[in-house]
Design a protein around this ligand. Structure first.
Ligand code: GNR
Ligand code: NI
Length: 167
């Protein structure tokens, strides 16, 4: 197992669009276990492959209280969605920034698990928001892209300043 480096916003690589996984191989399973370790160590409730500079449609999530319910989604697709949610979101690629984002409250996701088997899952609340946030990463989208240009500039400046002061 290994802890992977998480790309930090702004970084052009966070805007790459991930390609579908064609076969769930041992290499993919190794990546997934490293992504899980990286997410738990951060700590975070989700992680998309894009954030570790792997541009394939893979995400991991664990929104359980105890942090013992790892979920793996390969080639995820949202097949139904309803309701509205506006939770305050954070992102491991945008540390220390929290903003509300409009999302669907309920989603049904279809994906492959780490054995390459197809499954469906109904999600609501934080898990639903987390999956939508991670699926955006796979499309090259970061939650700050939804904010006003003024807020985006402020966030970039804040992160630059913080990096100057801590490096
Ligand atoms: O750890 C995370 N918390 C979180 C909180 C609200 C909405 C989404 C998230 S995902 C985030 C981890 C992350 O950056 N995943 O891409
Ligand atoms: Ni994120």
């Amino acid at each position: 197992m290994a802890i992977l480096k998480i790309l930090q916003y702004p970084d052009d690589r966070l805007h790459k669009v991930a390609a579908p996984v064609t076969e769930v191989t041992e290499t993919i399973r190794k990546l997934i276990s490293d992504m899980a370790e990286t997410m738990y160590a951060a700590p975070g409730v989700g992680l998309a492959a894009t954030q570790v500079d792997v541009h394939q449609r893979i995400l991991v999530a664990d929104t359980s209280e105890e942090g013992n319910k790892l979920m793996v989604f390969i080639n995820p697709e949202i097949i139904s969605k309803s309701g509205e949610s506006d939770l305050e979101e954070g992102c491991l690629s945008v540390p220390g920034i929290y903003e509300k984002v409009q999302r669907f409250e309920n989603i049904t996701v279809k994906a492959l698990n780490d054995r390459g088997e197809c499954f469906m899952l109904d999600a609501s609340g934080l898990l639903s928001v987390c999956i939508q946030h991670e699926m955006d990463h796979l499309l090259g989208k970061v939650f700050v892209d939804y904010l006003s240009p003024l807020k985006q500039t402020r966030i970039k400046n804040k992160l630059k300043k913080r990096r100057r002061e801590t490096m």
